[in-house]
Design a protein around this ligand. Structure first.
Ligand SMILES: CC(C)(COP(=O)(O)O)[C@@H](O)C(=O)NCCC(=O)NCCSC(=O)CC(=O)O
Ligand SMILES: Nc1ncnc2c1ncn2[C@@H]1O[C@H](COP(=O)(O)O)[C@@H](OP(=O)(O)O)[C@H]1O
Ligand SMILES: [Mg+2]
Length: 391
């Protein structure tokens, strides 16, 4: 197996939803967004969840030693849970070198998401190795809450270690050993998986190098019972904001924040859950479930462009993940196609001439159940005073 893949990079990202103090909000929680630097090669100036590319250190067998510091039974049960939770999408199930297969990829990508979150915004999701409540968290029948824990390493050490980890991912292992703690992998729910489409990779940056970038990204969700201190790194990320999901979507539609379709799609899923407790209960139902990979397929019709997602009537049976074939062409107008193929999981762009700006737009249509039994995004935004998509 190759550690580095030929066509795309493997990455993990963490959606953090924290209980809001503002009781006037329609939604009882706020989501953390980081604005990427304008100098980023990929998605410059867009707001994303914290995250980044997986490093070999995230798969290091040394993590076995780190996790062996917790109660032996807890780790054995956790290891068993992640080893047999069912086959996930390819980034989880693919074969890796023996050296990088000692810990399950379900654990490694969670470590990656937690490490990247620490680097980019200073939120440290770790548990003390002596925390004996961990064992309940992988067994849905025994759990009522699955909120994350913030590690406390003392203010003077904090920035020193953040800098060290940012420079060298292996330092995250050292840091956990030094402070007798483990990444709080138990509070991360596997939420979704997005593979960057080829045409988007070409358009997502003005630079040649950036334009080749594709990511296979595991999205996790972590709930917190209070909004923690967080500061962007001022390098890769230039601004940090906490906002309820409805306000994020509204800000996006008003062009106050720029979001890419995967982030919009996920935030629109959150519109289903007004209260963080409902979200917590939903997460508990997902403990033994896996997500399926979302690979968007762009298609061109007579008067517009679609981006198709799995489950749509028009989604190809054998999607072209390596970009070997040309774009999908569908004859007819948006209106005709909308009626002829009524099962929608798509993003619609009306004017094909304006496709260059399409990642700043939102017209999702989704009326199909998801293959992985996930909730579908709320696409009727009339409650935000937004008109419904029309053709
Ligand atoms: C966390 C990232 C992978 C960035 O990694 P980096 O910090 O630069 O090392 C971030 O790009 C991310 O969260 N990506 C997941 C979503 C994604 O790949 N978006 C692609 C652009 S838009 C798109 O795919 C269009 C569509 O889906 O319709
Ligand atoms: N000051 C800065 N401005 C913009 N991007 C920066 C930066 N410092 C680091 N980065 C970029 O952030 C990316 C690392 O992100 P992560 O750790 O989240 O995977 C790298 O991008 P490349 O992957 O384009 O090299 C790196 O170049
Ligand atoms: Mg990043």
């Amino acid at each position: 197996m190759a550690t580095i893949l030929k066509h795309w990079r493997e990455a993990a990202t963490l959606i953090i939803a924290a209980k809001s103090k503002n009781i006037a909000n329609r939604y009882s929680y706020e989501i953390l967004m980081l604005k990427r630097s304008g100098k980023s090669k990929f998605m410059p100036s867009l707001s994303v969840f914290p995250g980044g590319v997986a490093e070999e250190a995230d798969f290091s067998p040394e993590w076995m030693d780190v996790f062996s510091s917790i109660d032996n039974d807890i780790w054995t049960r956790t290891f068993a849970h992640f080893s047999k939770v069912g086959q996930g999408p390819p980034m989880f199930s693919r074969q890796r070198d023996e050296h990088f297969s000692k810990i399950p990829s379900e654990v490694a990508f969670r470590i990656c998401a937690i490490r990247e979150t620490f680097e980019e915004c200073g939120i440290l999701l770790t548990r003390s190795s002596n925390d004996n409540k961990i064992n309940l968290l992988t067994e849905a029948s025994n759990v009522s809450k699955n909120y994350g824990k913030i590690g406390n390493i003392g203010i003077s050490d904090f920035e020193i270690w953040r800098e060290k980890v940012d420079k060298d991912a292996t330092q995250f292992i050292k840091m956990c050993q030094e402070f007798n703690m483990v990444p709080d992998i138990w509070s991360l729910t596997e939420w979704s998986n997005w593979l960057t489409p080829v045409t988007v990779a070409r358009r997502s940056s003005g630079t040649d190098e950036g334009s080749k970038r594709r990511y296979d990204t595991a999205f996790f969700l972590c709930l917190l019972d209070t909004i923690p201190d967080a500061v962007h790194d001022d390098k890769e990320t230039v601004h940090l904001q906490w906002s309820p999901p409805d306000e994020l979507i509204k800000s996006h539609l008003e062009s106050k924040v720029k979001l890419a379709p995967p982030q919009i799609y996920e935030i629109c899923r959150f519109l289903n859950f007004k209260d963080i407790e409902e979200l917590n209960e939903f997460c508990l139902t997902r403990i033994n479930k896996r997500v399926t990979r979302n690979f968007p397929v762009p298609a061109v019709c007579d008067d517009g462009i679609f981006i198709l997602y799995p489950g749509d009537d028009l989604y190809p049976e054998d999607p072209d993940i390596y970009g070997a074939k040309g774009p999908l062409i569908i004859s007819g107008t948006l209106r005709e196609i909308h009626q002829k193929y009524p099962h929608h999981n798509r993003y619609v762009l009306k004017d094909k001439e304006s496709h260059r700006d399409f990642i700043y737009d939102v017209k999702f249509l989704c009326n199909v159940t998801q293959g992985d039994e996930h909730v579908i995004p709320v696409t009727d935004l009339s409650f935000l005073g937004m008109p419904r998509a029309r053709f």
